[in-house]
Write a protein of this length. Structure first.
Length: 293
C-alpha cells in the first residue's frame, strides 16, 4: 500500500488513505502492534503516529481522520495531524477548499491557505467531566494544585477533543523541556486523568506570545502539538495571561503556530504549516516489530 510522510513543525506522521483499500490491508495498518512497528524510527518508517484517512461519517465531510499514536493507542484528535491530512487531500486533488473532516472530536472545517492550513478546532471543553478529570463533573479546573513526584504544579484542565493538563512556569531558570521529560510521563498517567492526558509546560512571553513544550499522551516529547498549542492559549485566557479575539503566537520546539480563541470561547482557530516529505510503499502485514531484548 502507498503511504505519504508528512510533518507539521516536526510532528511527523505516516499518512495512509484507506478509503479504497481492501478490508484486510486497512485493518492491518490500524492494528496497534503494526502501528508501533511502522512508527519505529530504526526498524520502520518512523513517525509520531499513523493517520488513517477513512470514509466520512457525515455526508458533508470529505473524509474521516483516525489518529493512531506511536504506541498503538488511539487519540481523539491531532491538530498537526489534521493539517497534514488536509494538505494531502488537497495536493492530490481529492478535496475542495475549504473542506470538512470528521474526527474523534467531531466535524472540523479546514481551509488550505498560503503557507499552511487553518482549522476551526471547535469550542474548548472546560468541565472536569468533559476533559475528563477527577472531581465534580460540572466544575472547571483552573490553576489548581497537582502533585507529581513530590513537586506541586498549578494545573488548568482543557479538552480540545482530547485531554490537556496545562502548567504555567514563571521561573525563567526552569527549563521547559527538562520539566516535560521529567514530569510528563508521571502526570500523563495520574489517576486524576482517567483517559490519561497530554501535558503542557508553558511560559508566558507576553499577552500575544507563549513558549510551550508538550509531553504527548501515547508519544512522549514531540516537536509540536496543535491541540496542545490551542489548549495552552485557552488556559492562558482562563488565567488572564492572554486575550480572546487576539492572535497568539505559540512557540514550540519545532516552530510556531498562530492560535486565535473566538469571543466567548465559541471556537479556536489554529493556523500552521503541513509539509510533504516523501512517498513510499509498505506491506503492513510484513512489517516486523522491534526485536525484544
Amino acid at each position: 500500500m502507498r503511504f505519504r510522510k508528512y510533518h507539521g513543525l516536526g510532528n511527523d506522521f505516516v499518512v495512509v488513505d484507506l478509503r479504497d483499500a481492501d478490508a484486510a490491508t486497512a485493518a492491518a495498518i490500524q492494528e496497534p502492534t503494526i502501528v508501533r512497528a511502522v512508527c519505529d524510527r530504526q526498524f520502520g518508517v518512523g513517525g509520531d503516529g499513523v493517520l488513517a484517512i477513512l470514509p466520512p461519517v457525515l455526508p458533508t465531510s470529505t473524509a474521516r481522520m483516525r489518529v493512531l499514536n506511536a504506541d498503538g493507542s488511539e487519540a481523539e484528535m491531532c491538530g498537526n495531524g489534521i493539517r497534514c491530512v488536509v494538505e494531502d487531500l488537497f495536493a492530490r486533488g481529492m478535496a475542495t477548499n475549504p473542506m470538512s473532516i470528521d474526527t474523534g472530536a467531531g466535524q472540523l472545517v479546514c481551509e488550505r491557505i498560503a503557507g499552511g492550513v487553518t482549522v476551526a478546532m471547535g469550542a474548548p471543553r472546560l468541565m472536569r467531566g468533559e476533559i475528563p478529570m477527577a472531581g465534580p463533573a460540572q466544575e472547571r479546573c483552573i490553576s489548581q494544585p497537582l502533585d507529581a513526584r513530590g513537586q506541586v504544579f498549578s494545573v488548568t484542565g482543557v479538552s480540545m477533543g482530547n485531554p490537556h493538563a496545562v502548567m504555567f512556569i514563571d521561573d525563567g531558570a526552569q527549563d521547559l523541556m527538562m520539566l516535560a521529560q521529567t514530569f510528563g510521563p508521571t502526570i500523563e498517567t495520574l489517576s486524576t486523568f482517567p483517559a490519561r492526558t497530554n501535558v503542557e509546560f508553558v511560559r508566558t512571553r507576553s499577552r500575544t506570545e507563549l513558549d510551550v513544550v508538550v509531553w504527548e499522551r501515547g508519544c512522549g516529547i514531540t516537536l509540536a502539538c496543535g491541540t496542545g498549542a490551542c489548549a495552552s492559549v485557552v488556559a492562558a485566557i482562563l488565567n488572564d495571561r492572554c486575550d480572546q479575539e487576539s492572535d497568539v503566537r505559540v512557540n514550540l520546539p519545532g516552530g510556531s503556530l498562530t492560535i486565535r480563541v473566538l469571543a466567548n470561547m465559541t471556537n479556536v482557530r489554529m493556523t500552521g504549516p503541513a509539509l510533504h516529505v516523501f512517498d513510499g510503499e509498505l506491506d503492513p502485514r510484513a512489517v516486523r516489530p522491534r526485536p525484544s531484548r
